[in-house]
Design a protein around this ligand. Structure first.
Ligand SMILES: [Zn+2]
Length: 174
């Protein structure tokens, strides 16, 4: 039996994955997404924020939808947890975030969209997504162009979109 992965360790390369394989971190994000309480009116998303300046990448924070109070989104939870830590040396744009669904560009609640949080955080150079946002709640997600404008790389992780989408829509009516 495999020991349960600990997010505290910086040695997180299981057999079968190359160093820093995006699928590995997307799988961790998917594990986070599975912790969400299913919601009929929201997606269940997981996210992992890493420092990609070190080898292997160091996990800074993980998050999932509604993990923190206030109808929070997964990416928002990562940033909130990180901000609560005391020291963030440097100001390089060398963080990478893995999120099971593309970051939202509009929130019906009027809260700040995750794509704006990513841009404003100022240190994320790369966004990996597991799947695109279905048009269930918001017709058109504009995260792609917002990230491109800021020179932030935006990449879809191969082969994980159907699982990411099916976890994201848990609790939705068929
Ligand atoms: Zn969001």
């Amino acid at each position: 039996m495999q020991p349960e992965a600990s997010y505290e360790t910086s040695k997180l390369q299981p057999a079968g994955f190359d160093d820093n394989d995006p699928r590995f971190f997307m799988q961790l994000a998917l594990d986070e997404a599975k912790k969400c309480t299913p919601s009929q009116t929201a997606f269940s998303v997981g996210a992992v924020l890493v420092d990609s300046t070190v080898q292997p990448y160091r996990i800074l924070a993980t998050g999932f939808s509604r993990e923190l109070e206030g109808n929070t989104h997964a990416e928002e939870v990562c940033f909130t947890k990180l901000m609560n830590e005391t020291s963030h040396p440097g100001n390089e744009m060398e963080y990478t975030i893995y999120t099971t669904m593309e970051p939202c560009s509009e929130r019906l609640s009027g809260k700040k969209p995750c794509v704006d949080r990513i841009v404003d955080f100022g240190r994320v150079s790369t966004v990996y997504v597991g799947c695109q946002e279905p048009s269930t709640f918001v017709v058109e997600n504009t995260a792609t162009s917002k990230l491109a404008e800021r020179g932030i790389r935006y990449l879809l992780v191969d082969g994980m979109s159907s699982e990411c989408r099916s976890v994201a829509t848990r609790g939705h009516l068929a």
